[in-house]
Design a protein around this ligand. Structure first.
Ligand SMILES: [Fe+2]
Ligand SMILES: [Fe+2]
Length: 201
């Protein structure tokens, strides 16, 4: 469908056309709040990419796609994971929303033909992180947490650190998530702990 080409080397008009098509697709996948959040992440990410010398285009696309599976219920997520042979850990069974990055990658590939590696890994790892995240993957993870409507604890601090020191921002983001999960009696994804270890070693 040409997304790969358009997001990498296409003309500005091609890119705009691809983004418009994906925005229409997303609008029927998720509710208005989630849609607006995705657009805010997409708008913010070029600034973050510029601050860190990263190509903005695959990240804009990843931002649009990252929460596309959030419109599914827990049951639908588990059923889709089974249908698409996405590995489901016991933790995912308890908390199916943990699957939404992996399912978004499947939706993008199956319904839009998007499989550009920089888009795939950013979407894949935005939920819990990953010890081998690229700089570009980390920028989506952070943009998701600092987009202007976010009201999480220490968000202003996270916003400013995100523009200065990505790994320090990742550690702060993990600390914020840890407190958030603990307050809800939920465990941290072990993949996030592996990422934390990779960032501190
Ligand atoms: Fe998400
Ligand atoms: Fe998000």
């Amino acid at each position: 469908m040409g997304e790969k080409q358009a997001s990498k080397a296409g003309s500005a008009a091609d890119i705009q056309e691809t983004e418009n098509r994906i925005m229409k697709w997303l609008a029927v996948k998720v509710d208005r709040g989630r849609y607006a959040h995705s657009l805010r992440v997409m708008k913010l990410i070029p600034r973050l990419a510029e601050a860190h010398g990263v190509a903005p285009m695959p990240l804009r696309l990843a931002a649009l796609l990252h929460d596309s599976a959030r419109g599914m219920s827990d049951e639908e997520m588990l059923a889709a994971a089974e249908r698409w042979k996405v590995a489901v850990r016991p933790l995912d069974r308890d908390c199916p929303v943990l699957l939404h990055g992996r399912l978004a990658v499947e939706l993008a590939r199956r319904e839009l033909g998007v499989n550009e590696p920089a888009v795939v890994t950013a979407v894949l790892y935005h939920t819990a992180g990953h010890p081998r995240m690229s700089l570009s993957d980390k920028l989506l993870f952070l943009a998701d947490m600092i987009e202007p409507a976010r009201r999480i604890e220490r968000v202003d601090e996270l916003r400013s650190v995100s523009f200065r020191d990505v790994d320090r921002a990742m550690l702060l983001a993990i600390a914020i998530n840890r407190r958030h999960l603990a307050a809800r009696g939920r465990p941290m994804d072990p993949v996030t702990l592996e990422l934390e270890q990779a960032l501190t070693s």
